[in-house]
Design a protein around this ligand. Structure first.
Ligand SMILES: C[S@@+](CC[C@H](N)C(=O)[O-])C[C@H]1O[C@@H](n2cnc3c(N)ncnc32)[C@H](O)[C@@H]1O
Length: 464
């Protein structure tokens, strides 16, 4: 069976649950450019025969597609990621048991507080007839707000007035109690930043978009987002109450996938329940691959507004937890490649040697090119550590699906990511019978390389 199109019949098994939630687009509460879709999860759930007794994990869970899709199917799942913005997203999207009355109360208070402030900010510097006509309304004292642009904001990503409004919004959200209802507001706040408020375009890397510069109606944008969240939660709570839907349990944790087993054994509640007995049955994920995607840059505004990216030190802390998949997160002390003798793998050795030759021949001594071979070594060594941890957690006969792209981002040197990962998983870790199948061809992100394959790599832990 192919996974992308021909799985309709298989998916029907899940229609009874899904159809009740089909208009529910909780995924849209917050998305990012690297997210995959519900369909790939439902296809794999059917193909593997995953049941409601099983435990699924997505160790690179991103905005939470896997954990939300499995929850809708009544299947328990754990999602982990290193990005606090993604953890907030996945956790909020899968927490359906929130007090909606409390949410409504806080929403109306927040909206009535910010509306006149936003109006005043919009009219600042405007000497139109309108603003003269409005001279009866009192000026609000805005001196308690800090309107300075946060240090790590990329240049031009936020125009002056939207920046001020977002700082006011953040101030008032921070005044709320630190609980799961407030998480909905936090998620709405970070979601609207790249989507509608900032001057950012994703292609897929984030760049400044001058066409979007100027004031924005942040009030309406926020209100629309909060209304959507309320509608979705109303619908889902109603379906659960009437017994039509039995959602799976979910647990979302911040963890480095290279230390997965260690973290989950000590921090996970769901893994250690009687139902799951400390074992993962299935894994479905899309990990990073060596293609110069900088996740911390694409989520920069969100991380800043969550208060976890105030300076370089903060940013580095997040980057260092990440799999080394691009030249801007390679550090002097990185030695996973050496530790694991990763070049013993012939394919990796050939790629690294080819890159080293280019560096020598072209006399490259500066710029990011000099780090290309190290990205390859550190990337595959990091994934090797991750596979070891998954093997340790997985039940015998368990299966893992990794959606990964090939790469030609580095001087067009071909990196067949899935093939290499399959070899490492089989030869160095003990997974059996790796299968690779084409998921889709997609346009390369660099202009100098035509087309890259995205594959699904399937690994099986052998029965004892
Ligand atoms: C391709 S994205 C996953 C997208 C996800 N499938 C979705 O639909 O949103 C890869 C994710 O891996 C995360 N990541 C990178 N290094 C990691 C690590 N060492 N441990 C856990 N997550 C990591 C990134 O933060 C990013 O969210």
């Amino acid at each position: 069976m192919t996974l992308s199109q021909d799985n309709e019949a298989e998916t029907l098994k899940h229609q009874s649950n899904l159809s009740r939630l089909k208009d529910l687009s909780i995924h849209d509460w917050y998305r990012f450019v690297y997210a995959y879709s519900d369909q790939i999860i439902t296809g794999l759930v059917d193909e593997f025969g995953i049941t409601q007794d099983d435990l699924v994990i997505d160790p690179f869970n991103g905005t939470g597609t896997t954990t939300l899709a499995t929850k809708k199917l009544g299947i328990d799942a754990i999602g982990t990621d290193t990005s606090p913005a993604s953890v907030l997203s996945a956790r909020t999207k899968t927490n359906w048991d929130v007090d909606l009355d409390e949410f409504r109360e806080r929403r109306s208070e927040l909206l009535s507080t910010i509306q006149p402030i936003f109006k005043q900010i919009s009219s600042e510097g405007n000497t139109t007839l309108d603003s003269f006509g409005d001279s009866t309304s009192e000026e609000i004292d805005l001196s308690k707000y800090d309107f300075s642009e946060p240090e790590k904001t990329p240049k031009g990503w936020l125009s002056e007035k939207p920046l001020k409004k977002m700082k006011v919004l953040r101030y008032h959200i921070e005044e709320m109690p630190d609980d799961e209802v407030t998480d909905l507001f936090r998620l709405a706040m970070i979601a609207i930043l790249p989507e509608d408020v900032g001057n950012v375009r994703f292609g897929p890397e984030a760049t400044r978009d001058r066409k979007q510069e100027g004031d924005k109606d942040v009030y309406s944008i926020l209100k629309k987002k909060l209304d959507k969240m309320e509608q979705d939660l109303e619908q889902v709570q109603e379906a659960i109450e009437s017994g039509k839907v039995g959602p799976g349990e979910t647990e979302i944790l911040r963890a480095d996938a290279r230390e997965l087993a260690d973290t989950l054994r000590s921090e996970s509640r769901l893994l250690n329940t009687d139902k799951h007995e400390g074992e993962i049955d299935y894994l479905i994920t899309s990990p990073p691959y060596p293609a110069e995607h900088d996740y911390t840059r694409n989520q920069r505004l969100e991380l800043i507004w969550l208060g976890v990216c105030d300076d370089n030190k903060d940013l580095q802390k997040i980057k260092k937890m990440n799999i080394r998949s691009h030249t801007k997160n390679i550090y002097v002390a990185d030695d996973e490649g050496e530790q694991t003798n990763i070049r013993e793998n012939d394919r990796i050795d050939a790629i690294v040697s080819e890159m080293e030759n280019i560096i020598e021949e072209e006399n490259i001594s500066h710029g990011f090119g000099q780090y290309y071979p190290r990205v390859i070594e550190e990337y595959f060594a990091g994934m090797l550590h991750h596979f070891e941890q998954v093997y340790d957690l997985m039940a015998d006969g368990g299966k893992a699906a990794y959606v990964v792209g090939d790469s030609g981002s580095y001087w067009q040197v071909e990196v067949e990511t899935a093939e290499i990962l399959a070899e490492l998983a089989e030869e160095r870790v003990g997974f059996a019978d790796p299968q690779i199948r084409l998921w889709r061809n997609m346009a390369a992100t660099t202009a100098d390389y035509d087309d890259v394959e995205e594959n699904i790599l399937i690994l099986t832990k052998p029965e004892e």
